[in-house]
Design a protein around this ligand. Structure first.
Ligand code: ADP
Ligand code: ASP
Ligand code: MG
Length: 423
């Protein structure tokens, strides 16, 4: 019997009616002659609401307790979906991440899956049950504590289980019809793509396209597992994230896969840094010791008269205050003038493997921004991506302008966003 792994995101499970609708879909898949293992996220914006609650009782909650709290969201969903299936006359068994054998490292809030031992799942499937697993969570191999995988982590749970169970299909159900050339909430003329190479999706996810979590795409690539991203609100064929098998498989691919955007970063500028060896090393050593991951870095040429320069970099907004504190602490030792913090920024990224062999992509991108009066604050590139930082309030316009400039607009109607709040 074929084995299907399905994942339903929070927007597909927002309320009781949605849960009943999802249960019906799951039962239909089972009746079509499949074994079904389902991964569920927390209902609607539950995870954000739990984070708000934690914040209301403590500005810096202990990581262990925060993970205990957040995993409750997915446990609610798994039990409710199981009940709704039972009500349709089929039998389902729900399992927490730990019961499902999702073993992680011991980093609370962004744990990595290091092993999956799905004995109980295989057993339950073998006994004829539909299996429902709470996504986004696992148990640490060392500490035995409950961990969470980071925002959007249920996507990774689904891919990890699909790989461990050797599933025939891994379907990620969400509130849009698949992967688009840009976020349809911002670009209504975004076009759904039938397939996207894993490498490109990885870059899109890393650049903020939250339709799939980055780790999930990395995991699928490592295990050579195709993913089908589709809507739980329609029966349309979605988007296949695939691994090109040899160069010929890629020849039809467009030059540009899409435009991603990200509002989760802030910018720190260290002003008046001595232009001498070792300064950048000291700055970024302090940041690294603070446990902060940075993204883009820009260092200006030094002013001839002063021999001083400015160094800017971006980091997650959630680490912003800590980043400033870490730098203030070494200000006198390094002798720079000041630290500036700006969280009103946004990042636009243009992604496409065709960039490798097509000159002029950056020029077209910068021209589109210039024509729309959008100033670029920072630039970074990889082999298949160009990213720019703009002012936050210009980001949506920038995304639309670039999308149009690269001829990505769809000619057959607006993209449908079926649910979700975009939070
Ligand atoms: P779920 O609750 O199902 O996990 P998410 O909110 O995490 O859903 O992800 C789906 C959302 O991702 C869509 O509603 C859309 O706003 C956003 N998104 C961002 N970029 C893209 C893209 N390129 N294609 C499709 N959706 C995108
Ligand atoms: N509920 C978690 C989140 O909101 C995990 C997920 O939805 O995938 O990030
Ligand atoms: Mg998600």
């Amino acid at each position: 019997m074929p084995l299907v792994v399905q994942k339903y995101g929070g927007s597909s499970l927002a309320d009781a009616d949605s849960i009943k609708r999802v249960a019906r879909r799951i039962v239909d898949t089972r009746k079509a002659g499949n074994q079904v293992c389902v991964v569920v996220s927390a209902m609607g914006d539950t995870t954000d609401e739990l984070l708000d609650l934690a914040d209301a009782v403590s500005p810096a909650p202990p990581e262990r307790e925060l993970d205990m709290l957040l995993t409750a969201g997915e446990r609610m969903s798994m039990a409710l979906v199981s009940m709704a299936i039972a009500n349709l006359g089929d039998s389902a068994r729900s399992f927490t991440g730990s019961q499902a054998g999702v073993i992680t490292d011991d980093v609370h809030g962004k744990a990595r899956i290091i092993d999956v031992t799905p004995g109980r799942i295989t057993e339950a499937l073998g006994a004829g049950h539909i299996v429902i697993v709470a996504g986004f969570q696992g148990v640490s191999q060392n500490t035995k504590e409950i961990t969470t995988l980071g925002r959007g982590g249920s996507d990774t749970t689904a891919v990890a289980l699909a790989a461990a169970l050797n599933a025939d299909v891994c379907e990620i159900y969400t509130d849009v019809d698949g992967i688009f050339t840009a976020d349809p909430r911002i670009v209504p003329t975004a076009r759904k793509v039938d397939r996207i190479a894993n490498e490109e999706m990885q870059e899109m996810a890393a650049s903020g396209a939250k339709v799939l979590m980055l780790r999930c795409v990395e995991y699928a690539r490592r295990f050579n597992l195709p993913i089908h991203v589709r809507s739980s609100f329609s029966h349309r064929e979605g988007t296949w994230v695939y691994q090109p098998q040899g160069e010929d498989d890629d020849v039809e691919a467009p030059i540009i896969a899409g435009v991603a955007h990200d509002r989760s970063e802030a910018k720190i500028t260290v002003v008046g840094v001595d232009d001498s060896p070792g300064q950048a090393a000291s700055i970024f050593k302090a940041i690294a010791e603070g446990g902060i991951n940075i993204d883009m870095i820009v260092q200006n040429v030094s002013a001839v008269s002063t021999g001083k320069t400015d160094v800017s970099f971006t980091l997650p907004k959630t680490d912003g205050q800590r980043g400033v504190q870490v730098l203030q602490a070494i200000k006198d030792q390094l002798g720079f003038e000041s630290v500036q913090y700006d969280d009103q920024i946004g990042k636009l990224s243009l992604v496409g493997s065709g960039m490798r062999s097509n000159p002029g992509v950056s020029a077209t991108l910068f021209q589109a921004l210039a024509d729309n009066g959008i100033n670029i604050e920072m630039i970074s590139t990889s082999e298949i991506r160009v990213s720019v930082v703009t002012k936050d309030d210009q980001l949506d316009d920038a995304v639309r302008a670039v999308h149009t400039a690269f001829g990505l607009d769809s000619s057959d109607g607006e993209a449908v966003v079926y649910g979700g709040t975009g939070r």
